[in-house]
Design a protein around this ligand. Structure first.
Ligand code: ADP
Ligand code: TRP
Length: 336
C-alpha cells in the first residue's frame, strides 16, 4: 500500500451494540477514516471473543450484528479495510512467534487477566479459576492483530493503551533479536472518552449493567425504552436543572455545544419530563432511523456480509502475507 499510515481498530463482537458504543466508539473511529493521510482498517476480533463465546451460531450472529452495525453507521468497505480476524491465518502464526518473545510477567500484569484473578482472590477461590489461556495471552493475540498489518496507529480508549504498549514492546524485542525493521512499532492514539453516555439507570451505559439503549430497536420500542426512564416528581411546569437530569445527560451526547445550550434553556424555562423524554426520543430517532433501515437490510442478507468480509480478507492478506514472510524468514522458519 502507499506511504499512508495504517490505523487499525479492532472490534470485539461480544453483544448487541448500544448508543454508548455508537457515540463513544463508532462515530470517532469512522471520523478517522476521513483523514487523507491514513488508511483505516477495521476488523472484527472474533477469536478474541472466543475466550467466552461457546456457541458457533452465536459467534456468527454476533459477528454479523457488529459488521451490520458498522456498515449501517457509514463504514465504507471500498475506502477502508474491513475484515474478520479469523479469516487471516497469518495472525495466528505471528501470534505464536510473538508468544515466544513475550515474558510471562507481561501477561501476569495485563489488566483483563489481573481483574479476573483479583475477583477470584476476593471470592476466596483459586486465583486462576475460570481463566483460560486465551484470556491469559489475550494481549499477545492483540499484538499480532496490530503487527501483522504493519499498523502505525491504534486508536483506543484508556483501557486498551496498555495492550498497545505491550505490542510495541514485543515488536521491539523481535527487532532486537532478529533484526531492526522486522516489525513496525505501533503507537496508541488515545481517544477522547470524556463523553461517556449514561445508561437508563444513570450509570455508564454498558451491556454488563443491563442499562443500555440498543441502537436498532424499532422506533416504537425505542420510544418505550426512553419513556420508561425514571424521573422525579417535579411538577411539569417547574424549572428543571439540566445538570441534574439523566434525560438531559443522555440527550446532550447527541448535540453540538450550541444545541446543548438551547436544550438547557428549555429545561430551565420549565419542561415536563414527558416532553423532555419525547425530545430525547425524537433526537435519537432522527439520527437512528436511516442507519436502522440499512442495518436491517444487512442483517437480512448475511451472505452479502460474508462476501464483503471475504473480499476484505483478501485485501488484508495482501498486507499480512509479506509481514509474515519477513518474520518467518527473520526467525529461520519455513523454506529459505
Ligand atoms: P460495554 O461497556 O457495553 O461492554 P465495551 O466495553 O464493549 O462496551 O466497549 C466498546 C467500545 O464502546 C469502547 O470503545 C468503549 O469505550 C465504548 N463505550 C462503551 N460504553 C460507552 C459509553 N457508555 N459511553 C461512551 N463510550 C462507550
Ligand atoms: N482488545 C480490544 C477491546 O477489547 C479489541 C481488539 C482486539 C483490538 N485486537 C485489537 C483493538 C487490535 C485494537 C487493535 O476492545
Amino acid at each position: 500500500m502507499s506511504a499512508k499510515q495504517v490505523s487499525l481498530t479492532g472490534i470485539k463482537p461480544t453483544g448487541t451494540p448500544h448508543v454508548g458504543n455508537w457515540l463513544g466508539a463508532i462515530v470517532p473511529a469512522l471520523e478517522l477514516a476521513k483523514r487523507p493521510d491514513v488508511v483505516s482498517a477495521y476488523f472484527i476480533a472474533d477469536y478474541h471473543a472466543l475466550t467466552t463465546v461457546r456457541d458457533a451460531s452465536q459467534m456468527r450472529q454476533l459477528t454479523h450484528e457488529v459488521a451490520a452495525t458498522w456498515l449501517a453507521f457509514g463504514l465504507d468497505p471500498e475506502n477502508t479495510l474491513f475484515y474478520r480476524q479469523s479469516d487471516l491465518p497469518e495472525v495466528f502464526e505471528l501470534s505464536w512467534v510473538l508468544a515466544c518473545m513475550t515474558p510471562k510477567g507481561f501477561m501476569n500484569k495485563a489488566h483483563a487477566y489481573k481483574a479476573a484473578r483479583d475477583t477470584n482472590v476476593e471470592k476466596g477461590e483459586d486465583e486462576d479459576a475460570g481463566v483460560n489461556m486465551g484470556l491469559y495471552t489475550y494481549p499477545v493475540l492483540m499484538a499480532a492483530d496490530i503487527l501483522i498489518v504493519d499498523a502505525d496507529l491504534v486508536p483506543v480508549g484508556k483501557d486498551q493503551v496498555q495492550h498497545v504498549e505491550i505490542a510495541r514492546d514485543i515488536a521491539g524485542r523481535i527487532n532486537h533479536a532478529f533484526g531492526e525493521g522486522t516489525l513496525k512499532l505501533p503507537k496508541a492514539e488515545l481517544q477522547d472518552q470524556s463523553a461517556v453516555v449514561p445508561g437508563v439507570d444513570g450509570r455508564k451505559m454498558s451491556k454488563s449493567y443491563d442499562n443500555t439503549l440498543p441502537c436498532f430497536l424499532t422506533a416504537k420500542k425505542l420510544r418505550r425504552s426512553v419513556m420508561r426512564i425514571v424521573t422525579d416528581s417535579t411538577p411539569p411546569e417547574a424549572p428543571k436543572d439540566p445538570d441534574d437530569s439523566l434525560i438531559f445527560d443522555i440527550h446532550k451526547a447527541l448535540l453540538s455545544p450550541e444545541e446543548t445550550e438551547a436544550l438547557a434553556a428549555r429545561y430551565r424555562g420549565g419542561i415536563s419530563w414527558g416532553e423532555a423524554k419525547q425530545a430525547l426520543y425524537e433526537a435519537l430517532e432522527a439520527r437512528l432511523a436511516e442507519p436502522r433501515e440499512r442495518y436491517e437490510q444487512w442483517i437480512r442478507d448475511p451472505d452479502a456480509i460474508e462476501d464483503l468480509l471475504a473480499s476484505g480478507a483478501v485485501r488484508a492478506r495482501e498486507l499480512a502475507g509479506p509481514v509474515m514472510d519477513r518474520v518467518r524468514s527473520a526467525v529461520g522458519g519455513g523454506r529459505p
